[in-house]
Design a protein around this ligand. Structure first.
Ligand code: ADP
Length: 249
């Protein structure tokens, strides 16, 4: 059974690039069902952490536990198969395919070799039905026949999330979900993340602190590859180390 309710635990994880220690003795616990943010100034090591957690990069030392088992030596595809999935990495969207076709392709990619899936999906109609469920979940039902290229920036992001959901993540890693978004897209994507987090866990890198403060249950602050604070937004934003290092006070 589960000794704790943490879906993901990184223990003393370090990453060295030549002589440079990009991530140093990281100890991170992500609670099941939470929305957890990783924040910090540029160069703090956030992207490297994501790459380590998804096994896109090999660890220099330490251990990563997912759902109680050690994934340190697994490849990124195997990690994704277990339900630790990073958006915008494994799934891709095709500009000339419609929203429905894109999600269908993602479902086919996920289940390509699964006899049980194809046995349960008797026809293109039932494949469409599953795709439409996911499209509804991200609020794109009205755009199902529109090509990805024609979608607004915010809706493209929603489609990317739908194709990621097709991979059935238990823990979804989102890399700067609001990056490049105008003000009008911020609230819809925040609402969307809150919705997809129901029954799942979300870990995100996010620069917009007002998004972090309204969306996230827990925040981990990195600086120079080390955790300098960990807690609720109120806790980390009151931390003098964070105020000096990150908020520039
Ligand atoms: P963040 O995402 O917080 O901006 P990164 O994880 O991208 O930070 O980078 C952390 C540090 O590691 C930076 O100093 C960066 O230059 C360095 N770094 C990242 N990837 C590599 C690499 N492949 N080789 C050498 N140094 C790297």
């Amino acid at each position: 059974g589960q000794p704790t309710d943490n879906i993901l635990v990184a223990e003393n994880v370090s990453k060295r690039f030549g002589g440079f220690l990009a991530v140093s003795n990281l100890n991170l616990a992500v609670r099941r069902g939470s929305i957890h943010a990783l924040i910090g100034p540029n160069g703090a090591g956030k992207t490297t952490c994501f790459n380590l957690l998804t096994k896109a990069l090999a660890l220099s030392s330490g251990r990563i536990m997912f759902n109680g088992s050690d994934i340190s030596d697994l490849r990124s595809a195997a990690v994704a198969k277990r339900g630790l999935v990073r958006s915008f990495q494994i799934s891709a969207t095709f500009p000339n395919l419609t929203v429905l076709e894109n999600v269908r392709v993602a479902l086919q990619a996920k289940h390509g070799k699964s006899y049980h899936f194809w046995r349960s999906i008797h026809s293109i109609d039932s494949l469409n039905a599953r795709a439409l469920e996911l499209i509804g979940e991200v609020g794109l039902s009205a755009s199902q026949g529109v090509t990805a290229a024609e979608l607004s920036y915010g809706k493209k992001r929603a489609l990317e999330i739908a194709t990621t959901l097709a991979l059935e993540p238990e823990l979804l890693l989102l890399d700067e979900p609001t990056a490049g978004m105008g003000h009008e897209d911020i609230e819809p994507i925040t609402d969307l993340i809150r919705r997809v987090a129901v029954g799942r866990t979300v870990l995100l890198v996010e620069h917009n602190l007002s998004v972090v403060s309204t969306l996230c249950d827990r925040i981990t602050v990195l600086q120079h590859g080390q955790i300098i604070a960990d807690g609720t937004y109120a806790e980390v934003s009151a931390n003098p180390l964070v105020r000096t290092a990150y908020l520039g006070e």
